[in-house]
Ligand binder design. Structure first.
Ligand SMILES: [Zn+2]
Length: 246
């Protein structure tokens, strides 16, 4: 049953798909980017600080952006709840106020704007998918994000259903699947007429990984597939917004 609520995807496609890559990992440079180029597909990357402030990495991100991939904001210090053991002292969401978060994101936006984006076109991904901050994680920071970005990716595992999409927390599929598992996520989007957003971390290395082969198998399925509109996260969000406002 198609549930796209009267929304038509571009070029007669049955569904939309966005491939997103978090944390600016070396395995993404090594495997994911060359494969995307090989298959002619554009992705969305959400690096956090180290990738943007190190000059060598900044050069790489600039190349990736120039090739048509999207670079989004993922904060600078990647604050998550203090139950995660990788969170540095003083940098957990419990240590943040809305004001501190806003300042950090403004700096993040300034860095990303150097790739040529306009502020109003930028997208965001919540570190660890968490949307609240403060001593008891009592403050929702989604309204702040909604003011600063056209869309934000959360981590709730679901399809985004046209007519019922909250752009300040778009769901996605965090994956560690094999190639067929990745393709099955897309096939369900085709069947239901929805927007699937896939969240990758490592590709052929690093953490929460898929293999390079699985990633290539998915791209092979998407290449020249007219039933699936594969586009950058912000591009799909903008398309939906234009229809809702038009
Ligand atoms: Zn992250």
């Amino acid at each position: 049953m198609r549930s796209n609520n009267g929304l038509s995807w571009p070029l007669g496609a049955k569904c939309a798909l966005s491939l997103t890559y978090d944390d600016g990992l070396a395995s993404q440079f090594k495997y994911a980017v060359p494969q995307l180029v090989q298959y002619g597909i554009k992705g969305t990357f959400f690096p956090s600080t180290w990738g943007l402030t190190n000059p060598e990495n900044f050069r790489i991100w600039n190349q990736i952006s120039s090739a048509g991939h999207e670079i989004g904001c993922h904060t600078l210090h990647h604050p998550c709840g203090n139950s995660f053991d990788f969170v540095k002292k003083g940098y957990s969401l419990q240590d943040y106020t809305l004001d501190r978060m806003e300042k950090e994101i403004m700096t993040n936006i300034e860095l990303i704007r150097e790739f040529g984006y306009k502020s109003k076109d930028l997208v965001f991904a919540y570190p660890c998918g968490q949307t609240a901050l403060g001593a008891r994680l009592e403050t929702d920071y989604k309204p702040l994000i909604e003011n600063m970005f056209i869309a934000a990716r959360g981590t709730k595992r679901d399809y985004a259903v046209p007519g019922n999409i909250l752009m300040n927390e778009v769901p996605c599929f965090g994956v560690e699947d094999d190639g067929q598992g990745l393709i099955n996520i897309v096939k369900e989007a085709e069947r239901t007429g929805t927007w699937a957003v896939i969240l990758f971390h490592g590709v052929g290395g690093d953490y929460i990984s898929v293999t390079a082969e699985a990633h290539a198998e998915l791209l092979g399925y998407l290449k020249d597939n007219k039933d699936v509109w594969t586009a950058q996260f912000g591009k799909v969000a903008q398309y939906i917004k234009n229809i809702n406002e038009g």
